[in-house]
Design a protein around this ligand. Structure first.
Ligand code: LAN
Length: 727
């Protein structure tokens, strides 16, 4: 019951169908996000659209114009007055989490080969999104801000065809021309080859081996996959299963046709094995090493000799058992969207469409889909619920806005949410599938997804302690539960003193030589991150400040070693390199927070002074803001962006405030820039896409303009007013 209208989209100004955005509703349940399309007027009356829905759909909300801010605190207050309106009813803030463009093809290929029907409103809105996100040349990149690549173009082309666009639609004609110009789909990177093989539009002979037998190796081997970075190993488990089975969908007219569309030569003439290592230049971020190519050649020979069948069978069984445990551990959500869809296909192959597992899996497809103003996208995770909400909480307390009567109820709800989101037990399947402890941790998104992340646990703890201790909200989370958080994170420190993301480092550095993914860097194992390290040490500091002596000695040594790591990770120019957002600005913010809690400031610490001097040297002379380009992450050096943005300006301002930077003029200019970008209703617009992962892929954190602006302004107000420096 969809009544689509059409809209012109993308660079081609094509007409595409569009649903009635006024009929969409976001259902929120323990942080879970599900977008519903209501099929009747009555249903719409019975379930009215909220401000939260309208904001994220881009429909605009009826928020009043607020009195012009005179001080940074006025501006922060106005900001919260707006964002209060879009708080979810369970207390967290929901948000779009798009950016990567390699996820929806997995969803659609996975649904197609398992014959999962695509609901009509999804079909319409996903098509609209894809056409909106095509580049001017008609192709797609790895992410929305990237140039067209073979991976992006071949996979999203296929996605659009599955959604029903005709091969002769002008957008498809243009995309195909770009794909052919890039050499055709034979040059897709390994993950692209993999999905195309599952669909049956690429030949398994052209894919490097992914032997599931790896999982039968002894655990002590330094290259055993349990030691890999969790996202990588969780993707290669189902890949091993599907590769070993050489699973492909049966050929049908669409597949037949795609075989003709994706290549520059006839499908049957392609010499598949010669393309195993063929990856288009534009796609490559991390080229294969000689070690990897050598290993793949050996595995190829092993394979052509027929392998060792009992070992292969054992490997398949092991992989399947592991992925079933993952499904159950996460409520069929899975760690992320890639292993979600691969597991989805595996379960279908093994157990069929009518199985209980498939019913549960189908339900959880919804969690990754988000409807934005430009259509429906597949998100990087099932959301960033805990991450955003804990920053907002800290901004509220740090700015003092938590004390204001108008904000009390909203802040109390945040604490309810933090209480609900903390993971209370270890996973159902724990050591048997190499999971890290989760009892007492906070996850990145929801408790159901349920993975410990070091810094999410840290930020969750800080938010809780600030709301309960500093702001004196009625206690929801007992000291015992905070001690459990301490237990989890204390176990995560690396030898260097630093902290990684989900687990301590378990593999040697040389394992990176085996990175087969081409488009991503530093994905084979965990690394130390200044960002994660800071969240953990600052959480431990806050924990100490509650007066609890619990594991005090260990906490003290942990902090000391972590500070040592932070200092050692500083680069020659005074900055730190960031891995989870762009880039030096982001990591330097974290590092200076660590050093601040260690008592180091501009006046007494040479590293802090160097970092501040660097930041100041990057401040825009024109408007007082900061802007660092996404390519900094890719190239590993500071590349100045084009236009100052609110989020990086907030990061730099907070960093300088942590350092107690003595000269107020640059701080005032930064605060003024943030204030000048505030809308009359108190909100800030999303500007640049600033999240990043695996060195090469951008991802959107749409609430950053809210939490970091409010935080920076609140902090700046205190500092500048104390110095009598405002206005
Ligand atoms: C995230 C998002 C959050 C991020 C932080 C908490 C910010 C970070 O400090 C630690 C790492 C973490 C949890 C993280 C890891 C990698 C993720 C899950 C992502 C960037 C979001 C999407 C990405 C995931 C790997 C995307 C799926 C792609 C694959 C290559 C499997």
């Amino acid at each position: 019951n969809v009544q689509p209208t059409t809209e012109a989209v993308g660079h081609g100004h094509y007409q595409v169908e569009k649903t009635d955005l006024k009929r969409w509703r976001l259902e929120v349940d323990h942080g879970r996000h599900v977008w519903h399309y209501l099929d009747s007027e009555q249903a719409c009356v019975a379930w009215p659209q909220t401000d939260e829905d309208r904001y994220w759909l881009g429909l605009g909300i009826d928020a009043p114009t607020l009195p012009t801010a005179k001080t940074p605190l006025d501006s922060a207050r106005n900001g919260f007055a707006f964002y209060r309106r879009i708080q979810a009813k369970d207390g967290h803030w929901s948000s779009e989490y798009g950016g990567p463009l390699f996820l929806m093809p997995g969803l659609l290929i996975g649904m197609y080969v398992t014959q999962t029907p695509i609901p009509e409103p999804w079909r319409i809105e996903m098509t609209r999104y894809l056409l909106n996100k095509a580049n001017e040349d008609g192709g797609w990149g790895l992410h929305v801000a990237g140039p067209s690549t073979v991976f992006g173009t071949a996979c999203n082309y296929v996605a659009a065809r599955i959604l029903g666009l005709d091969a002769e639609h002008p957008a498809m004609v243009k995309a195909r021309a770009t794909l052919h110009k890039l050499g055709g789909a034979t040059g897709a990177p390994s993950w692209g080859k993999f999905w195309l093989s599952i669909l049956g539009v690429y030949d398994w002979e052209g894919v490097n081996p992914v032997p599931p037998e790896l999982w039968c190796l002894p655990d002590w081997l330094p290259i055993h996959p349990w030691r890999w970075w969790i996202h990588t190993r969780m993707v290669y488990i189902p890949m091993g299963y599907l590769w070993a089975k050489r699973f492909s969908a049966p050929v049908d007219p669409l597949i037949e046709s795609l075989r003709n569309e994706l290549y520059t030569e006839p499908y049957d003439d392609i010499d598949w094995p010669s393309h195993r290592n063929n990856v288009a230049e534009i796609d490559v971020f991390a080229p294969h090493t000689k070690t990897l190519d050598g290993l793949m050649a050996l595995l190829g020979v092993y394979e052509s000799c027929g392998g060792i069948p009992p070992l292969r069978r054992a490997g398949i069984k092991r992989a399947y058992d592991l992925l079933c445990m993952e499904d159950e551990n996460t409520g069929y959500q899975c760690l992320g969207p890639v292993n979600k869809m691969l597991n989805y296909v595996c379960r279908w192959v093994e157990e069929g469409a009518e199985s209980k597992a498939m019913a549960l899996h189908r339900e959880k497809l919804k969690d990754f889909l988000w409807l934005g103003p430009q259509g429906m996208m597949m998100c990087g995770t099932n959301g960033s619920q805990l991450w955003d909400t804990s920053f907002i909480a800290q901004a509220m307390v740090d700015s003092g806005l938590v004390e204001e009567p108008a904000n009390k109820a909203a802040c109390a709800k945040v604490l309810d949410w933090l209480d609900d989101c903390q993971i209370r037990d270890n996973p159902k399947y724990y050591k048997e599938c190499y999971r890290y402890a989760t009892k007492g941790a906070w996850p990145f998104s929801t408790k159901e997804q349920g993975y410990t992340v070091s810094d999410c646990t840290g930020e969750g703890m800080k938010a809780t302690i600030m709301l309960q201790e500093t702001a004196k909200l009625p206690r929801k989370i007992s000291q015992e539960r905070l001690r459990q958080s301490v237990d989890v994170i204390l176990g995560m420190q690396n030898k260097s003193g630093g902290f990684a993301s989900y687990e301590p480092i378990n593999a040697p550095h040389m394992i990176e030589l085996l990175n087969p993914a081409e488009v991503f860097g530093d994905i084979m194992r965990e690394y130390d991150y200044p960002e994660c390290t800071t969240s953990v040490v600052t959480a431990l500091q806050k924990f100490k400040q509650t007066g609890d002596e619990y594991r005090r000695k260990e906490i003290d040594t942990t902090i000391k070693r972590a500070i040592g790591y932070i200092l050692s990770a500083q680069q020659d120019d005074g900055s730190w390199f960031g891995s989870w957002a762009v880039c030096h600005t982001y990591a330097t913010l974290f590092a200076l927070e660590s050093l601040h809690l260690d008592g180091q400031s501009y006046e007494n610490s040479e590293p802090v002074k160097r970092a501040c001097d660097l930041l100041i040297s990057k401040q825009s002379a024109a408007d007082g803001g900061w802007s660092e380009d996404f390519t900094s992450c890719v190239e590993g050096r500071w590349i100045q962006g084009k236009r100052s943005n609110v989020v990086q300006t907030s990061w730099a301002l907070i960093a300088l405030l942590h350092a107690q930077y003595p000269h107020v003029e640059p701080l005032k200019r930064a605060a003024r820039l943030i204030m000048s970008r505030q809308q009359p209703d108190g909100s800030w617009k999303n500007e640049e896409i600033l999240g990043v992962f695996n060195r090469n892929c951008a991802i959107d954190y749409c609430l950053y303009p809210f939490c970091f602006s409010v935080w920076a302004l609140g902090k700046a107000n205190r500092y500048l007013v104390e110095k009598g420096a405002w206005p």
